[in-house]
Write a new protein. Sequence first.
Lengths: 179, 433
Amino acid sequence: MRNGIPAAGLSELASEIKQHPDQGIATYGVNVKWLSGTRSQASALPMQVGDQAVNRDFSWLIDEPKQMGGSNHAPNPQEYLLSGFGSCMMVAYLVGASVMGIQLAQLEIEVRSEIDLGGFLGVNPAAPVPLKGIRYVVRVGGDGTPEQFERLRETAQAHSPNAMSLASGVAVSGTVQML
Amino acid sequence: MVNQIKGDPHTASPGVGQVAWVSEMTRKRQSGPSLRLSGHGDAPANWQPATTAVHAGTHDDPTTGAVGTPIYQTSTFILGADQYQAVEEGYARDRFIYTRYGNPSQWAVQEKLAALEGAESAIVFSSGMAAIAATVLSMLDKGAHVVASNELYGGTYNLFHHELPSLGFSVSYVNPRDLAAIEAAIGPNTMLLYFETVTNPLLKVVDVPALGQIAARHKLRFVVDATFTTPLGMHPLEHGAHVVVHSCTKYLNGHSDLVAGVAMGARKHIDPIWPRLLAFGGCLDPHACFLLERSLKTLPLRMRAHAEGAQAVAEYLQTHPKVREVHYPGLPNHADHALAKRLLNNMGGMIAFVVDSDAAALKLLNSLHLMRQATSLGGVETLVSLPFNTSHAAYTADQRTRLGIAPGCIRLSVGIEDPRDLIADLAQGLASL
């Protein structure tokens, strides 16, 4: 299969969701548990895709570098955020290339950002708490033209749920439960 | 020749290379794959089972006009641009490439089986267990949990009990008729309910529609082994099952001369099984496909004879003073008779009955002249076996008693012989006790 992506299956899924929109609803979750200090462990919760429950037996560690009070035992939350952006962009890029009939040889997406700790620590009212923008570069090799690869980048960004969540912002809400 | 479609002519490229995004592609799922050669269009939906059994899937040879599906005894197919494109774009199941992937003999019998079952799609396998293994493993993700019957067929139990844990899956075994216990066994990592339509050997009828509702409520996949009931008895897909599996070795082939299995359901649920057919390799040989297809043409006739014969034999047995119990869902005094009448269009040919002891049961078997002492079931010839030394030999006597299998329990697979001859054989055998 070109790029390991089943184009026919994607078309069939799209057709199914067009007819039955509820089959296109995927619900996710993670549970992040404090281990010690800045270290925590995230576990994926069972997922639902359309009418099917999908088990997610995956967990991963998160930490902060020593400079931010951690032990530097795992990537930090910002790196997970950027990897969530980059990997979602990559899926969209692969899907787009595959339906356009472009065979990829190599594909990397480098994502960079920065934060001002003055914002997190509240010591500088002028310092923003959010990331100061996200910049990425797609490094790609394959049988497409430079114009096709650039159009693909735009299409991938426009269809990537994570990219668009960051670009347009989504509502965040929370509550507290006592243990 | 090189560029013509060698496969399902109703399926085509989704439009790769012509589109910029998925929403512009045009391919939809459809029934099959099929050569669309049976010449009957969509008629099978309106046929009675006896007509479907003869005509669905079967096609005449387009070159010679020979009546009936030719045997495509080949391992491989001449490739052209169309097949290469199908591989690249992910619809290789719709083309002939290699017999492990698909073969016209497989497609013909798959189409007939799917039409009988009311399914969009089917895959035949080299055994019932190959069908079950590929189906179950296509539906489980890492760390998943299965809720299954505690009276499973022994081969399935071995797969679930010995193999699935090695792969990191867990299984809870529950009474298939205790809906509350089934629901209580469902956990956050449960992905699959796996049950059989009728239990072996005591022929307790399982409420498949109620299980289908539980599966839907918990968004679980639901697989039903309908080997004992056949498509003539019940269509589990109409009651919420996602995939139905059968050992075709039994009633579907019915002549005790081949081993095969099948998984059937919506194309959406069968397509993900296909890569497991390729990976685990349990494809069905074209000659066996021919035999199975030929046998299926008489399935409705045979099932009628099995059920009529079993009813007569069961009625005889329950009047015999040396028979303690008779289990046949067609008997009005069977505990599940009302449920069986609601769910089953054919009561099948399986009977369990109980004599004084396992020793008496063995003596009876050894004095039968007509009935063959053999395991398996669903053949034209009546087979008789003892659960204690065959299907349930791995259990202790106490365990068998807890499952309701009393000492002296005999399993009878009533064939299509004249029941008067079967009754005469049983009469002389019982007289020896």
